[in-house]
Design a protein around this ligand. Structure first.
Ligand code: C5P
Length: 241
């Protein structure tokens, strides 16, 4: 995989036009665009169509978390949209993950299209041990992530979303082909809502398949130059300066 293909750009913006501009600006510098709740709620499938029209890949990051039947139905719609990757919350349970995976498989087969990859969100990177305790969960993030990643694999998911500190453990436990998507990527130490952060090169070195770049790139002075530098650093395996 080329370094730039490992980069997922988060289209966390308010307007369709802004998203379109970002796609045009970055399509040759990243492997996939992530469409999340804000943008999808605002403009719906037309952003997916636009990205596909520009021959780029789409990660539909709606993090479904509901009863198995509801999530399976949503997964079917995602397959019909033609996204390349989608996700559910592993906390929705084994049955939900399994049914979503089966629904995707059957729909893609029926439509003669490639089945979208389906991955499970383990523990959000905005959550730390203390936050888990407040929710009544005594297990540390690391242990809970381990359990949820194994559950996702057992349910037939293609991979997981997990924080930087859990990448090596998941790679070891779930094998080389298991997709690991790592958000919470920061170029420098910066305090915001992400509690478990990692730099792009460290994430890839530890074994992440993809890294999600959001504010770290969007808020930089020259995002395109930064993306090119991140790709180059990944290629050379050097820490980002
Ligand atoms: O701007 P920032 O780099 O924090 O963006 C991270 C993106 O990754 C957001 O779109 C967020 O929804 C997503 N994400 C995350 N943590 C996860 C899964 C996805 O931050 N565990």
């Amino acid at each position: 995989m080329e370094p730039k293909e490992k980069l997922i750009f988060a289209l966390d913006v308010e307007h369709f036009q802004e998203a379109q501009e970002l796609v045009m600006e970055f399509k040759d510098h990243v492997g996939m665009f992530k469409v999340g709740k804000q943008l999808f709620t605002h403009c719906g499938p037309k952003i997916v169509d636009f990205i596909k029209l520009k021959k780029s890949k789409v990660f539909l990051d709606l993090k479904y978390h509901d009863i198995p039947n509801t999530v399976a139905k949503a997964a079917i719609e995602a397959a019909k949209l033609g996204v390349d990757m989608m996700n559910v919350h592993t906390a929705g349970g084994f049955t939900m993950m399994k049914e979503a995976q089966t629904a995707l498989h059957d729909t893609a087969k029926g439509l003669h299209v490639r089945r979208p990859k389906i991955i499970g969100v383990t523990v959000l990177t905005s959550i730390d041990d203390q936050e888990l305790k407040r929710m009544g969960i005594e297990m540390p993030v690391y242990e809970l992530t381990k359990r949820l990643a194994l559950l996702a694999k057992e349910a037939g998911l293609d991979g997981v979303v997990a924080g930087g500190s859990e990448i090596e453990m998941i790679r070891e436990l779930c094998g080389k082909d298991f997709i690991i998507v790592t958000p919470g990527v920061r170029i420098e130490e910066k305090k915001d809502d992400q509690k478990r952060t990692i730099t792009p090169v460290d994430a890839v070195r530890k074994g992440a398949t993809y890294i999600v770049l959001g504010r770290a790139v969007r808020d930089s002075k020259n995002p395109r130059q930064l993306l090119a530098k991140i790709s180059e650093d990944i290629r050379r395996g050097v820490p980002h300066k």
